[in-house]
Design a protein around this ligand. Structure first.
Ligand SMILES: [Zn+2]
Length: 494
């Protein structure tokens, strides 16, 4: 196809034409949509090059300082911190040397926080909440009348690394070991964190307290959506489900901040909000406003505790928990001279008497119910979870609608109903059955199962119903206190 006549922009290409600049050029030539390369838009943004130099040599000496040591005035200073809030202000300008926009961000170390205006001419590398950065600057300012900065970060510095060689910003990726600048402001080891309240207290009116803080775990991560505002501008939005031991809320991220979620994991990532934006209707909604600070995975005891709590809850509520890999040594147990045949009654009694105990043995039980055809009809033969959201399909893998990754599915534990013996019964769908045991029971692999016709599945069901099977099982308590674990079936012999 013939290119159109050159536009004025084409005379002002950046010195080193980067891939980003190429992408930013107006789509003069209409091309058919390219097939996806398996990367999400967010992942591509993370690796998009910028014109801020990677290797920058300071032209003079810079004093290495903590943020709390900064005083307004001129002077070459450098400091590190993590991004705890940012938003992009585009400033359209036709002048080629002018900045195209400015990212206003708050960065904080263990001592204090500072507001930064980062001007840019070419697209910036993707920033994330929690990103570790080093700043070099020659001037620190005090905001007039506090209109520009927040009370948490009253001082500010304005930098334009692409035009001013006296200042620089470095984003740490590989050089971030995850330990620096992780303490929330005002934190003293061993003491409760100031102004920290539970999510329920926050929802019930604690949002009125100035500087109130909530500590939450990420429960699920929603898909990226495009929203068009009243001015016709498109903006990305991502919702993230968060919770603590008292309540749940939805955290909404807009625009460039949405890239942050690519580094987060459900039931693993902990967020500490200071002065979050909020809206409470039937549900609680949390967002970033100008003075909000978000510490990602702060290093405090409460975060450790909450992460443990979140993992216990999600493991218990997981649609299809994975067979525990390293807990049991079945090979040794099967070779052992003491192979114990248990009854379900003994098992129940023993597990309650010694909840922390871990043991293996044999069971002989009758299958009372099978739901293979039922779940095949519902397209739920296999299942798993991704981004905190259950996935079902009659397929060995499916794409997660949230993160767009391909997720391997395992056989739905609900295919197997209750088992009974002379002393007791199990709850249907609650067993954790190994892939090996499923193969032995169904006489086929997972991929063969999804290819089996409904008629044949019905035959399998009829053959297995009321069948007495011998099971090799393992038992381990899921939680420490009083909570009974789950029965893990390693092998099945008819
Ligand atoms: Zn996912």
């Amino acid at each position: 196809m013939a290119p159109q006549s050159p536009s004025i922009q084409s005379f002002f290409q950046p010195a080193a034409p980067s891939k980003a600049a190429h992408e930013a050029r107006p789509a003069a030539v209409q091309q058919p949509p390219e097939p996806g390369d398996g990367f999400t838009e967010a992942e591509k943004q993370v690796h998009r090059p910028s014109t801020i130099e990677k290797t920058w040599n300071p032209p003079q000496e810079y004093d290495d300082v903590d943020i709390s040591d900064l005083i307004p005035g001129p002077g070459c200073r450098t400091f590190m911190g993590r991004i705890v809030n940012f938003f992009d202000q585009q400033t359209p300008s036709k002048r080629p040397r002018a900045a195209k926009g400015c990212v206003k961000m708050i960065i904080k170390d263990d001592t204090g926080a500072l507001t930064i205006r980062l001007w840019y001419a070419n697209p910036l590398p993707a920033l994330r909440l929690g990103h570790l950065v080093t700043i070099w600057t020659s001037h620190i300012s005090n905001s007039e009348h506090g209109t520009f900065t927040s009370s948490t970060a009253p001082l500010f510095t304005s930098i334009f690394p692409e035009r001013d060689r006296g200042c620089h910003l470095m984003l740490h990726e590989a050089s971030d070991d995850g330990n620096l600048c992780k303490a929330p402001l005002g934190y003293r080891p061993g003491r409760p964190l100031r102004d920290l309240i539970t999510l329920k207290n926050f929802i019930d009116g604690g949002y009125d307290i100035v500087g109130s803080r909530i500590l939450v775990a990420v429960k699920w991560i929603g898909g990226r959506k495009k929203v068009t505002n009243k001015k016709g501008l498109e903006n990305d939005v991502v919702s993230v489900g968060v919770f603590d031991h008292t309540a749940e809320a939805t955290f909404t991220l807009w625009g460039p901040t949405t890239v942050s979620v690519t580094a987060w994991k459900t039931s693993q990532t902990i967020l500490l909000f200071t002065s979050p934006g909020w809206r409470i209707d039937r549900k609680a909604w949390i967002s970033l406003n100008a003075s909000t600070c978000v510490d990602v995975d702060p290093s405090i005891e409460d975060a450790e505790w909450l992460r443990g709590f979140a993992q216990r809850i999600t493991r218990r509520e997981h649609t299809n928990p994975e067979f525990p890999q390293d807990i049991f040594d079945f090979e040794a147990a099967l070779m052992s001279p003491q192979r114990v045949l248990w009854t379900l009654g003994d098992l129940d009694e023993f597990a309650r008497a010694a909840p922390g105990e871990r043991f293996m043995g044999y069971l002989s039980a009758i299958i009372m119910e099978l739901n293979i055809v039922k779940y095949e009809r519902r397209n739920m033969l296999l299942c798993n979870e991704c981004c905190g959201v259950p996935l079902f399909a009659n397929l060995v893998s499916t794409k997660c609608k949230q993160c767009e990754k391909q997720v391997a599915l395992r056989i739905n534990p609900r295919l197997l109903g209750p088992l009974i013996d002379e002393t007791g019964t199990t709850t249907g769908g609650k067993l954790i059955v190994s892939t090996r045991a499923w193969e032995q029971l169904l006489g086929r692999t997972t991929s063969e199962l999804v290819a089996t016709s409904t008629e044949e599945l019905r035959t399998i069901e009829q053959r297995l119903l009321f069948l007495r099977v011998n099971l090799v099982f393992g038992w381990a308590a899921e939680e420490a206190e009083g909570n009974v674990g789950r029965l893990c079936i390693w092998e099945v012999h008819a």
